[in-house]
Design a protein around this ligand. Structure first.
Ligand SMILES: Cc1cc2nc3c(=O)[nH]c(=O)nc-3n(C[C@H](O)[C@H](O)[C@H](O)COP(=O)(O)O)c2cc1C
Ligand code: SF4
Length: 468
């Protein structure tokens, strides 16, 4: 509870991953899953969901492809990556920062606003609005924080971006810092991603030597996480950087008003920032020309090992989810039972709903989410009761402990699902789910409730053998 699970020299090597992609992959053989569950401390998602079940010493690389007409994000990652500055500059790297500086703060904010860019970390908040809020605070120091804690099982987008294209993330952070007037930036990278940390640190050093970062302009500090899923939640993440327990903070004030060490802080996800150099180079209007409705531009989606073609794909917003699942991913070998989009703490998409457009509003309307962009298929070998127990076991382990329904209720639900649900147990779980939805301080608890509600709606008959 409110714990860093991997401090004190805990070695991640050869730890079996217990994340949801590995759960559904291993679940085809229940005994293998049970033995993986006994490993402690637990490792939830190593970002190798394309090769599940995974261990920390796996080195297989994912397939990375562009599945849309115009690529904004993954072009360099497909072409072998641009981890060093020379390669990055060869593809126009740091042109966006140069243009931002030449057009000035106001025009930079206008470009980002015109692009319609929304956060890729889960909440889909408009990036320009967040930057403007931080910019408009009373005079004083401001901070940019890059959220590279990518803990949602099924997502390995940020890991690939950091390993293969770290300068794009740094350039995005530098543009954000320019726009809000920050001289310090922090990148919080999860401990489960050592190669990403190394690539990022090397890129920071290169950019400092080249005079792009450092000095009186922008100082970037890389902070390594301690193995706590909830640190991806932006306020818990700020506490972690400050050296406090990783617990979510009450809002308001929002980080853009009062964040790290009390200073106005823009927290942005890795992928969000990796879009920004393109927007400054080609203009917000060119970006906004792609996508659908309020979901502009393109999005990276990562597919798990149950797909015929697991991997990382760049798609244009608005593409039907069915096309991602069946055409791009090639479908699953067994009977598809559901798709988890944006991690386990979100509503499950039942196969009957696959024609939904992959877009923020459309997914929200069916009780699901874009989330981080991980797309995790499960088949008939995963019993729904086991899936519920797995998700709540994860939720209980990673709860920061601030709210009672999350701290106590998630563990209670895990126990309830160790046996087929009695009518009484079912009433109890539904009342805990209602409390999670109503009283949770952060998206960890409400995400558990969203997941549970989708199970009740679409798979209720499988919980007890009785119709819901
Ligand atoms: C439990 C929980 C975990 C989260 N994990 C992450 C994460 O790993 N990475 C991330 O960028 N955002 C994560 N978020 C969302 C962040 O709180 C925040 O909205 C995001 O970093 C803002 O950046 P964006 O506007 O660019 O999306 C998480 C939220 C919750 C509630
Ligand atoms: S819902 Fe409450 S207890 Fe659970 S992680 Fe968020 S703040 Fe912590």
């Amino acid at each position: 509870m409110a714990a860093f699970h991997h401090l004190g020299g805990v070695e991640l090597h050869a730890q079996p991953c217990q994340g949801t992609a590995c759960f559904v992959a291993r679940h085809r053989d229940r005994d293998r899953w049970s033995s993986a569950e006994r490993s402690d401390p637990r490792v939830y998602c190593l970002g190798r969901c394309y090769d599940a079940p995974a261990a920390a010493d796996d080195t297989t690389a994912p397939r990375v492809e562009i599945a849309c007409a115009t690529s904004i994000l993954l072009g360099r990652c497909v072409d072998g990556g641009a981890a060093d500055l020379t390669a990055y500059r060869r593809s126009g790297g740091y042109e966006g920062l140069r243009r931002a500086r030449s057009i000035g703060v106001g025009a930079t904010l206008t470009e980002v606003e015109a692009s319609g860019l929304r956060g890729r970390g889960g909440a889909g908040y408009r990036t320009a609005d967040k930057w403007r809020t931080a910019r408009s605070q009373p005079a004083g120091a401001r901070v940019v924080v890059v959220n590279a804690d990518e803990g949602d099982a099924g997502a390995y987008i940020d890991r690939v971006l950091l390993e293969r294209d770290p300068h794009a993330v740094l350039e995005g952070a530098a543009i954000a810092a320019f726009a809000v007037g920050a001289e310090r930036a922090y990148v919080y990278v999860r401990r489960e991603y050592p190669a990403a940390s190394a690539a990022l640190r090397a890129a920071v050093t290169e950019a400092e030597h080249a005079g792009i970062l450092g000095g009186p302009g922008l100082t970037v500090t890389v902070v390594e996480g301690g193995g706590s899923y909830v640190c991806g939640e932006e306020t818990a993440l700020l506490n972690a950087i400050e050296g406090r327990r990783p617990m979510a903070r009450a809002r308001p004030p929002y980080p853009a008003e009062r964040g790290l060490f009390g200073q106005p802080t823009v927290v942005n996800n890795v992928e969000t920032l990796a879009n920004v150099p393109w927007i400054l180079r080609y203009g917000g209007a060119a970006y906004a020309a792609l996508g659908s409705g309020t979901s502009r531009g393109t999005k990276a989606v990562s597919l798990n090992s149950l797909f015929a073609r697991p991997g990382l794909y760049e798609v244009e917003f608005g593409i039907p989810l069915r096309e991602i699942v069946e055409d791009i991913g090639g479908g699953v070998a067994g009977e598809l039972r559901g798709v988890m989009v944006g991690g386990p703490l979100a509503g499950v998409v039942h196969p009957s709903l696959l024609d939904v457009p992959f877009a923020f509003d459309a997914l929200r309307d069916i009780g699901a989410t874009v989330g981080h962009g991980g797309i995790l298929a499960f088949d008939a070998s995963t019993a729904i009761v086991d899936l519920v127990r797995h998700v709540f076991r994860f939720g209980a382990y990673e709860s920061c402990g601030a709210c009672t329904p999350c701290r106590v209720g998630a563990a209670r639900i895990e126990r309830l699902f160790e046996a087929p649900l009695s009518a009484q147990a079912r009433t109890e779980w539904e009342s805990i789910v209602a409390a999670l939805a109503a009283t949770s301080l952060c998206g960890h608890g409400t995400g558990l409730a969203d997941f549970a509600r989708s199970i009740i709606t679409h798979y209720g008959a499988e919980l007890t053998g009785c119709p819901a």
